[in-house]
Design a protein around this ligand. Sequence first.
Ligand code: AMP
Ligand code: ZN
Length: 466
Amino acid sequence: MNIYLFNTLTKKKEEFKPLDEKVVRIYSCGPTVYKDATIGNMRTNIFQDVLRRVLRYNGYKIKHAMNITDVGHLVSDGDEGEDKMVKSARELKKTPLEIAKHYTELFFTDLKDLNIETPEIICKATDHIEEMCKYVEELVKNGYAYETSTAIYFDISKLDKYPILSNVNLEEQKAGARVEVDKEKKSPYDFALWIKAPKNHLMKWDSPWGLCYPGWHIECSAMGQKYLGEEFDIHTGGIDLIPTHHENEIAQSKGKSGKIPARYWLHGEYLLINGGKMSKSLGNVYLLKDIKEKGYDPIVYKLFCYSCHYRNKLNFTWEGIEATSKSLERLRNSYQTHLKGKEKLNNEETKKINEIEEKFNMAINDDMNMPLALSYTWELAKFEKKSNEIAKMLLKFDSVLGLKIDKILENPKEEIPQEILKLIEERKQARQNKDWEKSDELRDLIKEKGYEIKDTKNGMEILKIS
Ligand code: AMP
Ligand code: ZN
């Protein structure tokens, strides 16, 4: 069966044809490990995981690389401000290495909790300084980069076309452009490949241009090429990466090899919170940990993400999570009922479930239409006859959905009464306000009502006192 994917490069849904018949090579831009990953970040990781699973369901092997940005991503996505890692290290009084280790571990805990497969290759920017430096040297040699007193910049005027991924009109943008910090830049759209480190800069490496650190975009070009070759199949990321990071990755690759590194560019839309942006100032930045602390199975969030196509905006609400939690429980219960079912399907019924399977396959292969795929999963789960055949098929669907449909419910979420959930939320607020006294009072009250709260390093656990 053909697979169709929406390609940001051509702005069309295209039939997917891999360069190599058997192995699909994918590169995903990974996290900048200077802070906790949000549920927004995780939405992007969920869509990337579905992509892997759909390809494997269709018989492909996967070679998937994901980077960990632990240097070079500046506070502004332009070339301004402090390095995010250095800023976080300074604020938390730790070394950048400690910061990176801490947030990388938390990131992988989230992936595990969401049953997201770890890509075959995980590559850290700081482990690839030499490759990046060589890449920059080649760009200079090929005439695509120039040196100023502060950095080595990519010269976009040397390209036949820039931008090619986004629809940005540079001429129109120029009128309202901000004042350039580096007056030696030839164009405001030239971007830093390699930055000369100020005296006390925490992360810097020796190079032909003295002590420097890399720009943000070069790591993905250098590591993508190292692990997947000059040209691979699919490049993924969140939608915000289109006009900045991915545009510049393409520019770098054109300057080095003359090629666009990937054939298909896939981008996931944003997760909104109550219809707006997630931001610290609005106090609505949610982590997977917050969902777990309210007693939900983290997989609920994955199922919640399937309510919307990955290319559409999704609005997060706690009501949505509550409703999805019940759905997940129903789905898992249906699976168990079919698993124990002894009824035999007649020819007509077998034909019917095969048709459902066909429709499920078409939905996932149609640019990962998970809301539609989910509706066929429900049609199957609700099948009147209870049969092991159906359980088998549900499990097959779950190799794409990754919902751990066969998980046996030991402590269903619905057992925790609303009253307790409300007290837990109040305690969370108290802890956020550093009101430890109130937090302890609430813990005691919750205990009196029969529930014990345990604060663990992976978040909070709620246990019913038996
Ligand atoms: P960041 O850590 O902000 O650099 O983001 C890492 C990845 O998560 C990028 O690919 C972003 O596009 C993606 N991302 C950030 N915020 C959201 C959001 N609210 N919804 C979906 N993806 C997001
Ligand atoms: Zn990248």
